[in-house]
Design a protein around this ligand. Structure first.
Ligand SMILES: NC(=O)c1ccc[n+]([C@@H]2O[C@H](COP(=O)([O-])OP(=O)(O)OC[C@H]3O[C@@H](n4cnc5c(N)ncnc54)[C@H](OP(=O)(O)O)[C@@H]3O)[C@@H](O)[C@H]2O)c1
Length: 318
């Protein structure tokens, strides 16, 4: 029997590890209605972490050859899928080629297309709460990203965009628990950095070491928790002794979990005049960017607003 059954209606896949428990399965049918995507459905495909490369080849070839399978959003397997199956794509966007990862699979005519959307969706999420000319107007302010994983790499590439010349943070500081990730992001940033933005990298395996890095950040800096602590595992990368810079922008990139980091910021919000943002908008942009590609339909402005409201109705944290 074939591993994947041909789709009988327009189908988008969610390729992950435990896709059934994601709230997108409940949200998607309502989004499809709002977008006027007739008969469209979302199906989960669960693949074990770091699966055999053939698994990624099989799923990509299936989507490529099955007419009503229109595309997919890929989590967790972004790098492995790219490495195993990028040769089956007729188009790969510049970010996919640069970072060797794929979060979006779609079709245009007889072309299979792959995109890495995270630099775009993390950028849109940042634009939601960081004012347009913020860095120019706050020349002393820097960015501290705790965690050097995929989302940190995406954010750095966004902050370094060439068209932002004249509006860059004074410094981008990255703190990570282990050395290999820190080395990897340093190498990627060194290749991208178009106008000599200053970077600093700190190895912070022990509690309290992120606090020390935070205490060096100037007033008005952007402080980001991209470690997954507070969602993937309980806790925060900071201890309760940490003090945020005055007037800082604080971003917890998750929106569910114990969100300890965000609560630490809330405890100092008034005294230090902090602007605090969670990961909800990031989540909405992450999904809508890919759905827009798969169904070849623009999602912005009022349409985006509508989808945000629908999804919020399914999220008990909202
Ligand atoms: N809202 C959204 O839509 C959205 C979108 C993207 C990501 N996220 C969430 O954001 C989180 C990060 O995503 P990701 O893909 O970047 O994850 P990732 O690749 O697993 O990266 C997390 C990084 O944080 C580091 N880390 C963990 N604890 C630390 C600590 N105490 N101090 C310093 N560094 C620490 C890890 O270090 P080592 O592994 O090197 O030790 C790792 O490099 C996840 O929880 C993910 O679910 C949310």
């Amino acid at each position: 029997m074939a591993k994947y059954e041909p789709a009988t209606q327009p189908t988008m896949y969610f390729i992950g590890v435990t896709t059934g428990s994601s709230s997108i399965m409940k949200v998607f049918p309502e989004w499809a209605k709002a977008l006027g995507l007739k008969d469209a459905v979302m199906k989960g495909i669960d693949i074990a972490i770091h699966a055999d490369p053939q698994e990624y080849v099989d799923v990509v070839k299936f989507i490529k050859e099955d007419p009503l399978s229109l595309g997919a959003l890929v989590t967790t397997h972004k790098l492995d899928l790219y490495n195993a199956a990028h040769q089956y794509f007729e188009y790969l966007d510049p970010y996919a080629q640069m970072f060797h990862e794929l979060s979006s699979i779609s079709k245009r005519g007889d072309k299979l297309c792959g995109h890495a959307k995270d630099p775009i969706s993390s950028g849109l999420a940042l634009e939601h709460f960081v004012p347009e000319h913020y860095w120019k107007e706050h020349p002393q302010a820097g960015v501290l990203i705790m965690g050097a994983g995929g989302s940190a790499i995406s954010m750095c590439s966004y902050l370094m965009r060439e068209d932002f010349a004249g509006n860059y943070p004074a410094k981008i500081v990255i703190a990570n628990r282990s050395k290999p990730r820190l080395k990897e992001i340093e190498e990627i940033n060194a290749k991208l950095d178009p106008f000599g933005i200053e970077f600093a990298y700190y190895l912070t395996p022990e509690p309290g070491q992120n606090d020390e890095v935070l205490h060096k950040m100037p007033e008005g800096s952007l402080v980001i928790n991209a470690t997954g602590l507070g969602k993937d595992r309980p806790g925060s990368p900071l201890t309760d002794n940490a003090k945020f810079p005055k007037n800082a922008l604080v971003w917890e990139i998750n929106y569910r979990g114990d969100l300890r980091f965000m609560h630490q910021a809330e405890e100092q919000q008034e005294e230090r005049n902090l602007t605090i943002e969670d990961g909800w908008t990031y989540f909405i942009h992450g999904w809508t960017q890919v759905i827009s590609e798969v169904f070849d339909t623009p999602i912005a402005g009022e349409r985006l607003q509508k989808l945000d409201e629908i999804a919020a109705g399914f999220n008990q944290n909202k």
